[in-house]
Design a binder for this molecule. Structure first.
Ligand SMILES: Nc1ncnc2c1ncn2[C@@H]1O[C@H](COP(=O)(O)OP(=O)(O)OP(=O)(O)O)[C@@H](O)[C@H]1O
Ligand SMILES: O=C(O)C(=O)C[C@H](O)[C@H](O)CO
Length: 318
């Protein structure tokens, strides 16, 4: 069968600086460093995880013309994500400081750098027109010009018949933009998939209980599949009236950074091929559970994740 048209994620490609008190961090659990630097950015993470489950994927975003930018782009390419990069000579590559507590919960301080310079005229229209799916996050909606760039990308995608997914990214952002304004902006995007976590779902709807949140979200985005991520309580998917409940795995939480992005990327990578929301959701919780048991959003693949992917028929992956 011919390869499906790629997923293209538009938005942030950054470095995460991960720090956890009293823990020495290095990829693979080595103990020779105190702070771990790992590629991040929500949109880039989604592209990487879609690629890791074997779906053709690409990324559009802006990084500084600096060593961090070059390295971040090389990493994407090594993951099999096709980079479409706008190089910025006046603003550096974004850096996210991630503080992780003993329970694995994280808080972030973001310095978006070049991310927040992406202008509508820099969006490579033909890359979107040749793709099958566009993923955007609320990091692009916080300010102009990336907001206008994201709107342009969505309009191009709609005209070219792509499906579109959206991650609200942060409840603080919903609060800062304002619930009504955030709703207005995102309803205009005519989304096919919305991926909030519980905090974001609550901030968007004013409801408290997950099922109430889901119901209001479905009214706000009637055409979309809603995927409500509930951390240790798994996830709920509302697929046009059909409710799917997903149990979380029992992985020991080390660091929650990027759990939601890995969930989204793995889900999309599976679903866009299979159109099977249950199987894609089951894969997504396995992938996200593996991620929370390790540092960072894109820990190096190991035997454990390969085994999990093999159960879903991904035996051929590197
Ligand atoms: N403690 C946990 N135990 C098992 N699985 C978890 C745990 N925390 C998160 N997950 C898995 O990760 C998925 C996404 O987590 P969460 O609900 O925290 O999303 P998020 O807040 O978007 O994540 P992120 O930290 O990337 O912002 C969950 O649906 C679940 O499958
Ligand atoms: O601030 C951003 O742009 C982010 O996307 C933060 C991400 O969640 C973080 O980098 C996770 O890898």
């Amino acid at each position: 069968m011919a390869d499906p048209k790629p997923l293209v994620a538009l938005g942030d490609l950054t470095w995460d600086v991960l720090a956890k008190p009293n823990t020495l961090l290095l990829p693979g659990g080595d103990t020779t460093g105190r702070v771990l630097l790992m590629g991040g950015g929500s949109a880039a993470n989604v592209a990487v995880w879609a690629a890791r489950v074997g779906f053709p994927s690409s990324f559009i975003g802006e990084v500084g013309r600096d060593r961090f930018g070059e390295f971040a782009v090389q990493e994407l390419a090594a993951e099999g994500v096709e980079p479409h990069i706008i190089w910025n000579s006046s603003n550096p590559t974004g850096v996210i400081l991630v503080l992780i507590d003993a329970a694995g919960q994280r808080s972030m301080l973001t310095s978006q750098g070049a991310d927040f310079d992406l202008r509508p005229e820099e969006v490579p229209v033909e890359v979107i027109q040749q793709a099958g799916h566009l993923h955007v996050t609320a990091w692009s909606l916080f300010t102009d010009p990336p907001r206008q760039a994201a709107f342009k990308a969505v309009h191009v995608a709609r005209d070219a018949g792509l499906t579109i997914s959206f991650d609200p990214a942060s409840f603080q952002m919903i609060r800062e933009i304002g619930r009504e304004e955030f709703r207005r902006m995102t309803r205009d995007l005519s989304l096919d998939f919305v991926f909030p976590n519980l905090d974001e779902g609550q901030a968007l709807t004013g409801a408290k209980e997950p099922r109430d949140v889901l119901e209001v979200l479905q009214k706000l985005y009637p055409e979309a599949m809603i995927l409500l991520k509930l951390a240790a309580d798994g996830a709920l998917i509302l697929d046009r009236g059909n409710l799917i409940e997903l149990q979380a795995t029992r992985d020991q939480p080390i660091d929650a950074t990027g759990a939601g992005d890995s969930f989204g990327g793995a889900f999309l990578g599976h679903y866009l091929r299979s159109k099977d929301a249950l199987a894609a959701g089951q894969l997504a919780v396995q992938v996200a559970g593996w991620v929370i048991g390790r540092f960072g959003a894109r820990p190096p693949m190991d035997a454990e994740i390969r085994q999990r992917l093999e159960r879903f028929g991904y035996a051929q992956l590197k």
